[in-house]
Design a protein around this ligand. Structure first.
Ligand SMILES: NC(=O)CC[C@H](N)C(=O)O
Length: 230
């Protein structure tokens, strides 16, 4: 798997996700600067990491979505190439309209940093094939604007087309409002684009990849990608 991790001014999880990818694929990803106009030749997977690109000015991800590199990212996705955006990366994907919906301020109006439980909703994708359908996993969130919103028609379409990747749930797998850290529509924590080669998700699987630092539930996502893109 040849992965390229895009670094924006203000990104802060690029190393974490690069390590998770290297652990899964035994290959070091390339780092690509936001001002670059091309991806390294042969890139299979583009990664938009978490952080505070452009200091979250205007709206989280709004300015980054217009960075020079994003044209190459859009071309890559249009060719069927894989893209994952985590947290600020999800916000950038939404602002770039590579996935539907928007990320609003958390319902609490507070930055939320804690572990959450997620129900894996779609397992027939390159990103999630390693999980069991309905599996409940634990990964951290760390964001102020993770309140996913889309209109009902869009949400119904996402659900009907198997494009909800993850939902916030409690430890037992119950999808309840109380289990959501941010008030997201229908507890949605991650969504795919129409071809399901682009995934945006708020939680951080890259920060749950080693037992010694809390668990390995996030590692399966990178293992799935490494297997699919081997
Ligand atoms: N960890 C992150 O990527 C944070 C995303 C964004 N800056 C927010 O607070 O919502």
């Amino acid at each position: 798997m040849k992965a390229a991790v895009v670094v924006f001014p203000g990104s802060n999880r690029e190393r974490d996700i690069a390590l998770a990818l290297e652990r899964a694929s035994y290959t070091k990803p390339a780092y690509v600067w936001h001002g670059d106009t091309e991806l390294p030749a042969g890139t299979d997977l583009v990664v938009l990491p978490g952080g505070f690109s452009y200091g979250d000015y205007l709206r989280c991800g709004a300015m980054a979505s217009l960075s020079p590199v994003m044209r190459a990212v859009k071309d890559h996705a249009a060719r069927g190439g894989y893209v994952i955006g985590v947290c600020n990366g999800f916000q950038i994907l939404a602002e770039a309209q590579l996935v539907p919906g928007v990320l609003m301020r958390n319902a609490s109006l507070k930055f939320v940093c804690r572990d959450v439980h997620l129900k894996v909703e779609a397992t027939d994708t390159a990103f999630t094939a390693g999980y069991r359908p309905g599996q409940v996993i634990r990964v951290p969130v760390a964001h102020a604007e993770g309140n996913y919103f889309a209109d009902d028609e869009t949400l119904n379409r996402l659900e009907g087309e198997g494009r909800v990747a993850f939902r916030y749930c409690d430890e037992a797998g119950e999808v309840t409002a109380a289990a959501s850290p941010n008030g997201a529509s229908r507890n949605i924590a991650g969504v795919f684009n129409d071809r399901r080669n682009v995934l945006g998700m708020m939680p951080h699987p890259e920060n749950m990849t080693e037992a010694v630092v809390g668990g390995t539930d996030g590692a399966l996502l990178f293992d799935s990608l490494a297997k699919a893109l081997a």
